[in-house]
Design a binder for this molecule. Structure first.
Ligand SMILES: C[S@@+](CC[C@H](N)C(=O)[O-])C[C@H]1O[C@@H](n2cnc3c(N)ncnc32)[C@H](O)[C@@H]1O
Length: 434
């Protein structure tokens, strides 16, 4: 038996203890719990998944196993951004997206080609796209209607020549109203081109892969801080400054929006994203816009694996970020109700409702990898809320896996602050449908 030492405080403020690290390394591997797999073929390696995680040392460090507040933690560097280059199609920005290596890790270990992989908080579509790249069925949804516009085109992309041909069909010089306040971001001729493209996409373009693709790339090029974007220097592309904030940025930097060629930027970005082609043949995608606890587009017991990451309390102001993108896509931003959960009980309720719905759609023996990041400087351990939310539902709670990246390695990565803001480690609650 190891010695115990007092550590941080638990989620509800109750003290909890951690094993001393020296003791952790001799802890026995966690055994896979007995669950009924009779209703579905067992996915490859499912029965040995936790043992594999316990023995994992592919990146040179052994897994540490910790019991904290009755929750088994598995801690290691399981993937890195450098480890294997992700497919270039992933390279579009979105707030709080995870690295493709995260879903790839679970998809490769817990599913077979043809299986359905779901993300009910899909964001830019990292999980569905990775599923398609690995020949699984991409399934996803998000309450943000921009999400499907960013995800769908990359699952079945056109080739760059089709994009170029479609761009030649746009009437670039059409008289019409321009929202004058957007001149804070754009040169007048750039804004005129943008309005022309918007009109073409909303009212004239054929509903095909090239149209879908051009809208996706344009949404991603609206604002940013290099000449690869349509705008003058502003916040990074996954955030959006208000008009008033942009006017202040312009005054502070002494800048006026330069002329940018919208079609040229779209084509250049398209050629970059399409340089390695699209995903290989894969089962058809099933995407929707909607709440994670109402997955009416997903059949009962149809999902082999969920890899997902909900909003972390009120860390990201998606609504403000979306305003310009919604304008361009013709979406009423005011009607987009992206939940903000300011308190942990409210957040926990949302997670519980989501897990209840996931219990319906995940097949017996299927898995959930539910990722939460570090919030409030590591003082709040959201994985414990997820663990708690799964209590009483038909899931075996397997473990919490922590992908400790090199810059958090020296910190106590299961609950002690390390003086950095935002998300800086992946904590993944692993569940298996009984
Ligand atoms: C952390 S992001 C997910 C990012 C995603 N993993 C990616 O790689 O792009 C959380 C997402 O949850 C969405 N969201 C917030 N509340 C939701 C709800 N109740 N139901 C479905 N989606 C929701 C947000 O729009 C956001 O896209």
């Amino acid at each position: 038996m190891g010695t115990w030492r007092p550590a941080a405080r638990g989620v509800a403020g109750a003290p909890f203890c951690l094993y001393d690290r020296q003791v952790i390394r001799v802890a026995p591997p966690i055994r896979h719990p007995a669950v009924s797999l009779s209703a579905a073929p067992e996915p490859p390696a499912a029965a040995t998944f936790l043992d594999d995680l316990g023995r994992f040392d592919a990146l040179g460090t052994p897994t540490r196993q910790v019991l904290a507040d009755g929750i088994p933690y598995l801690i290691n560097e399981y993937w890195t951004a450098r480890q294997r280059q992700a497919h270039v199609l992933h390279e579009i920005s979105y707030r709080a997206c995870f690295k493709p290596q995260l879903p790839a890790f679970f998809i490769s270990r817990l599913t077979a080609p043809g299986d359905a992989v779901l993300d009910p908080f899909m964001g830019r579509g990292t999980t569905p796209l990775q599923a398609a790249l690995m020949q699984r069925r991409p399934v996803g949804s998000d309450i943000n209607p921009l999400s499907i516009l960013l995800t769908r085109p990359r699952l079945a992309p056109p080739d760059a020549d089709a994009v170029a041909a479609a761009l030649r069909r746009v009437t670039w010089h059409r008289p019409g109203d321009m929202p004058q306040d957007l001149l804070a971001f754009y040169h007048p001729r750039t804004l005129s081109q943008l309005c022309a493209l918007r009109h073409w996409l909303l009212d004239q373009a054929p509903p095909d892969a090239a149209t879908d693709w051009i809208r996706m790339v344009a949404l991603n090029r609206l604002t940013g801080h290099s000449p690869g974007f349509f705008s003058v220097y502003t916040l990074p592309p996954n955030q959006a400054a208000s008009v008033a904030a942009q006017l202040r940025i312009n005054a502070r930097r002494g800048q006026v929006p330069p002329l940018r060629d919208v079609a040229d930027i779209i084509l250049r970005k398209s050629r970059q994203l399409l340089k390695d082609g699209g995903p290989p043949p894969h089962p058809p995608a099933n995407l929707a816009t909607g709440k994670a606890h109402e997955l009416s587009h997903v059949a009962d017991a149809s999902i082999a694996l969920v890899v997902t990451s909900p909003p972390f309390l009120d860390v990201v102001q998606y609504r403000q970020d979306n305003a310009l993108r919604c304008w361009f896509a013709g979406i009423d931003a005011a009607a987009v109700r992206i939940d903000m959960h300011r308190t942990e009980p409210a957040w926990l309720e949302m997670v519980r409702a989501t897990l209840q719905e996931l219990a319906r759609v995940v097949r017996p023996g299927g898995h959930i990898a539910f990722e939460v990041g570090e919030v409030r400087g590591g003082k709040m351990l959201l994985e414990r809320s997820v663990w708690q939310a799964a209590y009483g539902l038909p899931f075996a709670r397997l473990a919490v896996m922590v992908n400790a990246q090199s810059f958090t390695k020296t910190a106590n990565c299961w609950g002690v602050r390390n003086n950095t803001k935002g998300t800086n480690s992946n904590r993944i609650v692993l569940l298996q449908r009984m």
